[in-house]
Design a protein around this ligand. Structure first.
Ligand code: FMN
Length: 181
């Protein structure tokens, strides 16, 4: 896959981490293939146990398919105004020791990279859950023709943010234990 990664300036890493927020308000504008390529490249740069990379990604930009996902998923109605969705799938057969846990952990790290990369290039994103709900996973599997032994972890909505969603202040020194719990 040839990628056009040419973009002059991205914000620095810590600003991206601090400014990332779940975006639930999208303008309805579409997302370009180049933008999706940047997100996928970030996703696959994630760490994974023994570098197994037990993940696959389904890219959806077709309006009818996006709407079908929105109809099926109770907490993803924002998809009706999103420009694209990335479904991150875990592949237990390819995970370290064929453990489902590693497929989920590693695919979660890839997902977080997508969320951060979206923030970095000025898009908005949100993780909406499929895993661990059997009904949601089955609905996503049916709509997207996902094989039985694959875990659809989430449906990450991608789009242009309206600007209404803001990062939350979550730092809490009370959660830090010095030396011992
Ligand atoms: C595993 C997981 C599942 C989530 N599922 C949903 C969901 O189905 N719908 C939704 O609107 N937000 C979902 N979220 C987003 C969370 O609500 C959000 O991350 C949280 O409120 C913190 O806000 P922030 O992402 O803006 O920091 C999910 C997040 C995670 C990590």
């Amino acid at each position: 896959m040839k990628m056009n990664m040419k973009q002059t300036k991205y914000p620095d890493t810590l600003s991206v981490i601090r400014n990332r927020k779940s975006v639930r308000n999208f303008t309805g504008e579409s997302v370009t293939q180049n933008e999706i390529d940047i997100l996928l490249k970030a996703a696959m740069a994630a760490p994974s146990a023994v570098n197994c990379q037990p993940w696959e990604f389904i890219i959806v930009t077709d309006r009818k398919t996006l709407d079908a996902l929105g109809d099926a998923l109770p907490y993803a109605k924002m998809i009706f105004k999103a420009g694209a969705a990335i479904i991150v799938c875990g592949v237990p057969a390819k995970a370290h020791k064929q453990m489902e846990e590693y497929a989920v952990i590693d695919s979660t790290l890839a997902s977080q990279n997508i969320l951060l990369a979206a923030e970095a290039i000025g898009l908005g994103a949100i993780w909406t859950a499929a895993y661990p709900y059997p009904d949601r996973m089955n609905a996503v599997k049916t709509i997207l023709n996902i094989p039985e032994n694959i875990i659809p972890l989430n449906v990450i909505l991608i789009g242009h943010p309206t600007g209404e969603d803001k990062p939350k202040e979550k730092f809490n020194s009370g959660k830090i234990h010095k030396e011992k719990w």
